[in-house]
Design a protein around this ligand. Structure first.
Ligand code: HEC
Length: 139
């Protein structure tokens, strides 16, 4: 009986692992489709070419306040629904680029994208670290 329980728990754990990573892949696909054109690394830190802060910067600003995954996901998904400059966590970016335009994704898609931003492997543009330290001090 004990052995059976152990095996059941093991297989439950591995099922949840599998679904967590396939959710991550889905989140990444959605991110690439809906967000990367503006938040990606393509133009590096060349501000004359950037139209939005790199996603890595977005993550750094949100994770400082929303450290756990649930509140992080909620905060990003809420931002996509409201885009209220008064609630911005990136006022410097709002001043530089203007408030983010509306991107049409469902709440479910928004949460998957946010979970990917929270736990997925993100690229940061070359020179990002120096820029961040310049703006916000050494972390
Ligand atoms: C058309 C360009 C564009 C697209 C596409 C885009 N964004 Fe943005 N985003 C911006 C700009 C510009 C800013 C900086 C100004 C601001 O914060 O509103 C920004 C800021 C943000 C912020 C910080 C908001 C704040 O001020 O606190 C988050 C979070 C964010 N984007 C998430 C996303 C996600 C997730 C997607 C994909 C679903 C996405 N963005 C797609 C342009 C874009």
């Amino acid at each position: 009986m004990k052995k059976f329980l152990f095996i059941t728990i093991l297989s439950l754990l591995s099922i949840s692992n599998v679904s967590a990573s396939s959710e991550n892949i889905k989140g990444q696909q959605l991110y690439i489709k809906h967000c990367d054109s503006c938040h990606g690394v393509k133009h590096g830190m060349d501000m004359s070419k950037r139209v939005a802060p790199p996603v890595f910067a977005v993550k750094m600003h949100y994770i400082g306040t929303y450290a756990d995954k649930d509140s992080f996901v909620m905060a990003i998904a809420d931002w996509l629904e409201t885009r209220d400059a008064n609630n911005s966590m990136m006022r410097g970016a709002v001043r530089r680029f203007g408030v983010m335009p509306e991107v049409k994704v469902s709440r479910d898609e928004a949460e998957k994208i946010a979970a990917y931003i929270y736990q997925g492997k993100l690229e940061s543009p070359e020179g990002f670290q120096q820029h961040f330290e310049q703006m916000h001090g050494k972390q």
